[in-house]
Design a protein around this ligand. Structure first.
Ligand SMILES: N[C@@H](CCC(=O)N[C@@H](CS)C(=O)NCC(=O)O)C(=O)O
Length: 217
């Protein structure tokens, strides 16, 4: 049985598992309660961050690497275009840009805005992180000017990667997504597998409900 530890970016993994129709269980990890007493989780990931994956003897962290592992081991799947597919370079680029360029930067803007002491809510570092997010987002917008999805005509795991970051920007820091990005988000997240993932990820679902009215502020 595949076990996903933690939501947050674990939502990407759960969504992918739903798309692929693989059996799994979600093991909640409460970062706000502190993980220092969660010895079972710390045995899986001594770093204490989420998500982590356990699949038999395999233990992994990093949401994008976990998705690549699952698609390679249990594929082939249309979620991952093959290397000789014309869609492959864009797929590969946006799969990683979604985390390394977008989520990693907006994550720290979110921490600064919502969790830092009041005097540190606007800092040079947070401004730099926001600028990194915004400059990388231009690549997403350029892609959407010519195609409905990150890899072109079809939905792939790159869309799972990128939409997680856009959602965090929208709900976490009130980043205003333009109409093209909003339409893209709606298109990608309308999938049944995404809806099923949200039912599994109850903390994420509650966060969506909490931020529904605030998003876009
Ligand atoms: N690049 C990692 C980022 C992991 C990460 O930063 N996760 C956040 C929650 S989504 C976390 O656990 N933060 C608490 C910490 O780093 O201690 C991934 O894509 O999995």
């Amino acid at each position: 049985m595949i076990t996903v530890f933690g939501e947050g970016r674990g939502f990407r993994v759960v969504w992918l598992l739903e798309e692929m129709g693989l059996a799994y269980r979600l093991r909640p990890v409460d970062l706000f309660a502190g993980v220092e007493n969660d010895l079972e989780f710390l045995a899986i990931n001594p770093g204490g961050f989420i998500p982590a994956l356990q699949d038999g003897d395999v233990i992994m962290v990093e949401s994008i690497a976990i998705m690549e592992y699952l698609m390679a081991r249990y594929g082939p799947t249309p979620l991952a275009p093959a290397a000789d597919d014309a869609a492959f370079p864009a797929y590969q680029q946006f799969l990683h840009l979604g985390e390394a360029g977008l989520a990693a930067s907006i994550y720290f803007v979110n921490i600064a805005r919502n969790f830092a002491p009041p005097t540190e809510r606007t800092s040079h570092l947070a401004e730099q992180a926001l600028e990194v997010f915004e400059t990388r987002l231009r690549l997403v917008s350029r892609q959407l000017a010519g195609a409905p999805y990150m890899a072109g005509d079809r939905f792939t795991a790159a869309d799972i990667s990128v939409t997680y970051a856009l959602n965090l920007a929208k709900r976490g820091v009130g980043f205003a997504l333009d109409p093209s990005l909003t339409a893209y988000m709606a298109r990608a997240t309308a999938r049944d597998a995404c809806k099923r993932a949200l039912e599994t990820c109850q903390s994420t679902k509650a966060w969506h409900a909490r931020t529904e009215t605030e998003a876009g502020r």
